[in-house]
Design a protein around this ligand. Structure first.
Ligand code: AMP
Length: 325
């Protein structure tokens, strides 16, 4: 039992947790016949009021809180963030919310993979304390009218190809940070631009939270894990390796001494083409500002997006030269 579970059990015993969803919904209890101690500890919470009722005594007791925001369909990438948060905090909240505001009308909101029972099982196995899985109307009640919009780093790349996407991300992450009030929130380097947008909004809005960015978890052949990989059939899955191969080609070119960004980009594009995948964008940019780079200095971010069958996939690599030319 985690410290959090012990304190919730004590609070429940003292009737202080009245109104808070007690441990198990069928999702957890029934998931794979989960009977382990960890599974018994997971709380699934649907409302902000329940969440605050659970977390306020923890904060008063001086216990630290980590938050992992997700859209569910958990894979090893999500699990790496959960494990890091678990290692670093007394109480870990994982949010599971497929955020309509970050999908354009023509995107895959309705097709996005959803399996809360499986996700709850995985969260329990990672010893997570709270799975915050609110319904849409809890996050966006009637009359909701506020948008958080991050200029600069939110504008190029994904921002240019998915208009409004980062407004949706920034708005929901701001809300989640305010709902949970974590000491630290964890994000993946897989979504490098998203991580920059969130760092920027936290700094610009003086949010008292530390933003941690965790390395990208990959399949053995290099494909970055993504919930959207579930859309790929066998042939598409084979071609999807184009993205990580392109990044690898860029790394190899830089390691061989190439510093001309156009030449590195050409090597990456050739690797993609050889797998019959066309990039939506493939760019060498400054890792902090996302401004295009002509000559590669100490470091460069190579970021790309491509459609493979029904899936729109993104990936990136941060290449460091340590000033070597
Ligand atoms: P999502 O559920 O796709 O919104 O992702 C939730 C969090 O997991 C985000 O911070 C992502 O950047 C992160 N994430 C997604 N895929 C990976 C991966 N392959 N490795 C590490 N983190 C990831």
């Amino acid at each position: 039992m985690t410290a959090f579970a012990r304190s919730v059990a004590a609070a429940a015993g003292a009737s202080r947790a009245a109104g808070v969803a007690r441990a198990t919904e069928a999702a957890v209890a029934g998931a794979n016949g989960a009977t382990g101690a960890a599974a018994r500890d997971l709380r699934i919470v649907r409302t902000v009021a329940e969440l605050r009722a659970l977390l306020a005594p923890e904060r008063r007791a001086g216990r630290s809180i980590g938050l992992v925001p997700t859209m569910g369909a958990f894979h090893a990438g999500h699990r790496s963030l959960m494990a890091r948060a678990r290692a670093e905090h007394d109480v870990v909240v994982v949010s599971l919310f497929v955020n309509p505001a970050q999908f354009a009308p023509n995107e895959d909101l309705s097709a996005y993979p959803r399996d809360e029972a499986r996700d709850a099982e995985i969260a329990a196995a990672e010893d997570i304390d709270v799975l915050f899985a609110p319904p849409v109307e809890e996050v966006y009640p009637d009359g909701f009218a506020t948008t958080v919009s991050v200029g600069g780093v939110g504008e190029p790349l994904e921002g240019a190809h998915r208009p409004g996407h980062f407004d949706g991300v920034a708005t929901v992450v701001t809300k989640l940070l305010n709902m949970v009030g974590p000491d630290t929130a964890y994000f993946g380097q897989k979504d490098a631009q998203q991580a920059l947008v969130i760092r920027k909004l936290a700094r610009d809005l003086d949010l008292p939270v530390q933003i941690e960015v965790c390395p990208t978890v990959r399949e053995p052949d290099g494909l970055a894990l993504s919930s959207r990989n579930a859309y790929l059939d066998d042939d598409q899955r084979a071609r999807a390796v184009a993205l990580s191969r392109a990044l690898r080609a860029a790394e190899v070119a830089v390691a061989a001494g190439e510093r001309d960004a156009a030449a590195v980009e050409a090597a990456a594009r050739a690797a993609m083409a050889s797998h019959d995948v066309e990039p939506e964008y493939l760019a060498l940019v400054d890792p902090e500002t996302l401004a295009p780079v002509d000559r590669i200095g100490r470091e460069v971010l190579v970021a790309l997006a491509a459609r493979v069958g029904p899936a729109r996939l993104i990936d990136n690599t941060l290449i460091q030269t340590n000033g070597r030319t």
